[in-house]
Ligand binder design. Structure first.
Ligand code: IPE
Ligand code: IPE
Ligand code: MG
Length: 246
């Protein structure tokens, strides 16, 4: 493994965990077997990210669009999710991880919501990494929701038109209070965002790997993070400006 510079880690790592189905298909297994194997990768990546000192890890676990999948797969995913959250609480406590979710909670089955609430409550006092699962999450839906909430506050006179800026709008998103992701990883070779964190990814460094999520190892995570550390983040400025500080 290449050596990582601890001072240059992303503050907020976001991951689109993709390729569970293909991983299973390549092995003539059912898709759900790929999802189960994917949960093991989640464990590995969560623990390693926390060990490395990453402050925020956000994982795309189920999109608003994933409700369109066959009912049997949706049901299996929801049950896997529920079991994962329930099983992981003790490990989150051991690792001082704070659990959080973003997305449309109203869509989730009540039993999943119960586990989510329990995990959020149990881990609320933890001060280490914040682990956020994006569940029934869609970036456009999030922006529309935020716009609606803001419009209501404007109409009620709780917010003045002149006060509307990026920071204020940010506070209406599910991710309010979190720094925006500086690094996005997507596995399985697909090069798209698939409606993930559209607002928040504005300046994230993007990393795509052919590796399917169930095969994404600690070594793969390190490789991605090394790649991130070699990037120059210019935010519109020139390279010279960054180096000479002018
Ligand atoms: C990612 O794997 C997991 C979810 C979207 C829930 P996929 O299930 O999308 O796997 P592929 O893309 O079919 O291989
Ligand atoms: C995106 O993966 C959603 C998650 C990883 C949960 P998909 O596999 O559903 O994305 P598309 O539809 O192929 O772009
Ligand atoms: Mg996919």
């Amino acid at each position: 493994m290449r050596t990582l510079q601890p001072e240059k880690l992303p503050r907020h790592l976001a991951i689109i965990m993709d390729g569970n189905g293909r991983w299973a298909k390549e092995r003539m297994l059912r898709r759900i077997v790929g999802h189960r194997k994917g949960v093991e990768t989640v464990r590995t990546v969560v623990e390693e990210s926390s060990r490395l000192g990453i402050r925020y890890l956000t994982l795309f676990a189920f999109s608003s669009e994933n409700w369109l999948r066959p009912k049997t797969e949706v049901r299996a995913l929801m049950s896997l999710l529920k079991r994962y959250i329930k099983m992981e609480i003790s490990r989150m406590m051991q690792n001082n991880i704070r659990f959080n979710i973003i997305g449309n909670r109203d869509d989730l089955p009540p039993d999943v919501n119960r586990e989510v609430d329990a995990a959020i409550a149990r881990t609320a006092g933890n001060s280490g990494m914040t682990l956020t699962l994006a569940l029934s999450y869609g970036g456009r839906q999030e922006i529309i929701r935020a716009a609606g909430l803001l419009a209501a506050d404007l109409a009620a006179g709780r917010v003045a038109q002149a006060a509307v800026d990026e920071a204020l709008f940010d506070g209406y998103l599910f991710t309010a209070g979190m720094p925006e992701p500086d690094f996005l990883i997507r596995t399985s070779g697909e090069m798209r965002i698939s409606n993930f964190l559209l607002w928040q990814l504005a300046y994230a460094e993007l990393y795509f790997t052919e590796v399917n999520w169930p095969d994404f190892s600690k070594a793969e995570l390190h490789k991605a993070l090394c790649d991130f550390q070699a990037r120059e983040r210019r935010f519109g400025r020139t390279s010279d400006q960054l180096h000479k500080g002018n």
